[in-house]
Design a protein around this ligand. Sequence first.
Ligand code: MLT
Length: 256
Amino acid sequence: MELFLSEQPGPEPAVLFVHGFPFDGRMWEPQVEALRGRVRLLIPDLPGFGRTPIRIRAPSIEGYASSLASLLDEMRIEEVALCGFSMGGYIALAFAALFPERLAGLILADTRVSEDSPEGKAGRTQSAARVLAEGPGFLADSMPDKLMAPPNLRTRPETVERVRRLIREQSREGVAAALLAMRDRPDRTGELPRIACPTLVLCGAEDSLSPPAEMRGMAEAIPGARFFEIPGAGHLSNLENPAEFNRLVSGFLAGG
Ligand code: MLT
């Protein structure tokens, strides 16, 4: 198997949780605790993250989506519900475009459908060069301030530390490759009306990276999609308010 996979048995359809940047499957621990035994859980580490080695020559968001499809092929799984957080959401949107027939449901959490601005792309190029030279320590230092709601930075030091640790543990090559893949991802706005599976769109109420107004617009463009803001959370809604995140995901997976 190309991807390291953490799996929990449960009823089908399986739910494939795709982590954000620069994390690995461990960012879903609060969801595993809540959903264990209730659905089949598939939680991979993307190429170059966690325990999956990097074997990418030309990193792309579509390449990550194809690696997920290959994982399902190897496991002989036809159809999944796919939950993607942030970069995982970019991958989930690419998966929806490439393999629509394999989706029983889609959960898009704290993500964006547009491409990066020219300044954003330049920043990704610089960060990729810096992470290759220095390792991901500077991201571990700077990212929590952008990822979490300001009150949580003060009141949830254990979450801040967990986030920093996860970032520090990633490989410089994997992080740099993902930065370039995100830099080069296309705008997928025109594809949203073609998403035909049940879709849930979630956003931390204080998410400044993928703001609620933008995510609401994304949900409005997907036929039948439902949108919810998660109170008391910034970008990392699944870690900052896991109770509400899990309640909404459980209800969606139960068909509610
Ligand atoms: C993430 O959480 O995956 C990142 O914020 C995505 C990004 O940098 O665009």
